[in-house]
Design a protein around this ligand. Structure first.
Ligand SMILES: [Zn+2]
Length: 116
């Protein structure tokens, strides 16, 4: 099949529609980020929950808050009330940066950059 460049007509309508959809999607993300910032409501999205679970499964094998130096488990990690994890949320104009820090000092980045 030959292709004559003079006959090539790009589908600008479809391109414009895709661009409009992309802009609308970006507007929705910005609005959601602004709303989170406004209400100070923070939650872990499924990707972040899964990333945290994977990290904890590995981290807890060696965390100094869970294991004594002689290899025996610490009975109450984080003290009587527990609570060894600190959640850090940083709303930005393009998405949420999410980190979790263990009280042993190690930290993991849960940010879902694909959602930005
Ligand atoms: Zn730890």
């Amino acid at each position: 099949m030959s292709h004559n460049p003079k006959e090539f007509k790009p589908d600008l309508t479809a391109f414009a529609k895709r661009m409009q959809e992309q802009y609308a999607e970006n507007d929705k993300k910005r609005a959601a980020a602004a709303e989170l910032f406004e209400t100070r409501t923070f939650l872990l999205e499924p990707f972040e929950q899964q990333t945290l679970s994977v990290w904890l499964a590995e981290h807890n094998k060696t965390c100094s808050m869970r294991w004594n130096e002689d290899g025996t488990p610490i009975q109450f990690p984080g003290g009587a009330a527990g609570g060894t994890l600190t959640y850090k949320f940083t709303p930005t104009g393009i998405g949420m940066a999410t980190y979790v820090e263990c009280s042993c000092g190690e930290e993991t980045n849960l940010t879902d950059y694909d959602a930005w």
